[in-house]
Design a protein around this ligand. Sequence first.
Ligand SMILES: Cc1cc2nc3c(=O)[nH]c(=O)nc-3n(C[C@H](O)[C@H](O)[C@H](O)COP(=O)(O)OP(=O)(O)OC[C@H]3O[C@@H](n4cnc5c(N)ncnc54)[C@H](O)[C@@H]3O)c2cc1C
Length: 420
Amino acid sequence: MAITASGQRVPEHVVIVGAGMVGLATAFFLQERGVQVTVLDKEGVAAGASWGNAGWLTPGLAAPLPEPAVLAYGIRAVVSPASPVYVPPAADVALARFVTGFLRHSTAGAWERGLAKLVPLNNIALESFDALHAGGVNAETREAPFVAAFSMPGAEELLVHEVETMSRLGLDVECEVVSGEEARRREPMLSEHVHTGVLLNRQRYIDPGAYVHSLADAVVARGATLDTSAEVVDVRETDSRAEVLTADGRIIGADALVLATGAWLGRLLRRVGSRKIVQAGRGYSFTVDAEAVPDGPVYLPEARVAITPIQGAVRIAGMMEFRRPDAPLDPRRVDAIAAAAKPFVRGVDVEARRDEWVGSRPVTIDGLPLIGVTKAPRVYAAGGHGMWGVTLGPATGRLLAEQIVTGRHSPVLQPFSPLR
Ligand SMILES: Cc1cc2nc3c(=O)[nH]c(=O)nc-3n(C[C@H](O)[C@H](O)[C@H](O)COP(=O)(O)OP(=O)(O)OC[C@H]3O[C@@H](n4cnc5c(N)ncnc54)[C@H](O)[C@@H]3O)c2cc1C
């Protein structure tokens, strides 16, 4: 720990647990401020949710997950394995607590209050990717037309309302409603089933696995130590430093510690006195070839499916399955996503799939991330972004690094305190 002329204590070495988008972006921005970083992961770079996700950088859609539509949808509908939101019927006590709290936050008022807290973070999401690029992350972010497609007349109103609310709350985003014909002209992959489209401007996308590996390469090239065989089983603070204990018995210490373990965050947070629940909201994806690969992301809100052009093919993603993060891939969920997407697309054989994948979104009860200091003053949390950890990872890392190094608490992060 260094001490500045004004008496401010500045960490010289920080350990980050979790080599996903959030942990690595935090490592990068700490390095920008001259801090030595060690990144630990139990499995590898992008081994969690940061690999097979849809890769949308869409601050214009990044809203809290608990929303009135969840209530309208009805909890009874979600116990079917084919449902896009799935809660296993034999739920345990912790899951029951999560579902109860989540439903309590699924009101229009709570959604808009949460959104107002997110908008300032959403506002700096894309420029934070530009800062990564300027600092040596080679993988590209692509700006592209973003098309949402609907089969039922009027079904687009909910999305338009969300985007208009974002805009009213201060986000630079606009949308335009177009006919099904115009949506098909823009994205010939869309079928005759599509009645209406919504176009969103100023959004981007990435190949998330390639991007996060490129971020890891940049962090290592700038001098970080990256250890991908370090499963952290405990966290503690001594008088002079913060320490982790690994499953193979090592103790690794530093001036400060950032817990960025995605859907596994809750367990380590409890070790430093936080009772916040982080539930795995598991999503699935697969890749297929397409006769007309879209120019940018395609969203099918009625099917709850996301489509992204990746490496000359299309990744199709969806599902929200509230189970433990390490449960095996359930092929019924992949079938359900394929069946939901099928009527909306043409020139795609959804049965000829490869790279089937499951990953766990870190979901909180109020739909807001957990960013900031915990009850242990040298231990910080960075996670719980649910559906939007890719979009918001760099903005999170940037503001948290500032807080750790300068001690200044950005008002943007204040609503996301893990102690809220
Ligand atoms: C199907 C799907 C589609 C999605 N689409 C998008 C999208 O288009 N845009 C978007 O913004 N977001 C999207 N998301 C959400 C996004 O993927 C996540 O919010 C984000 O990846 C979370 O990043 P993270 O770094 O917090 O966690 P993770 O990427 O899960 O990283 C956590 C890391 O911590 C490690 N770890 C865990 N426990 C320990 C331990 N005890 N010791 C050491 N290491 C540990 C894990 O191995 C893992 O590598 C999607 C998610 C899914 C599932």
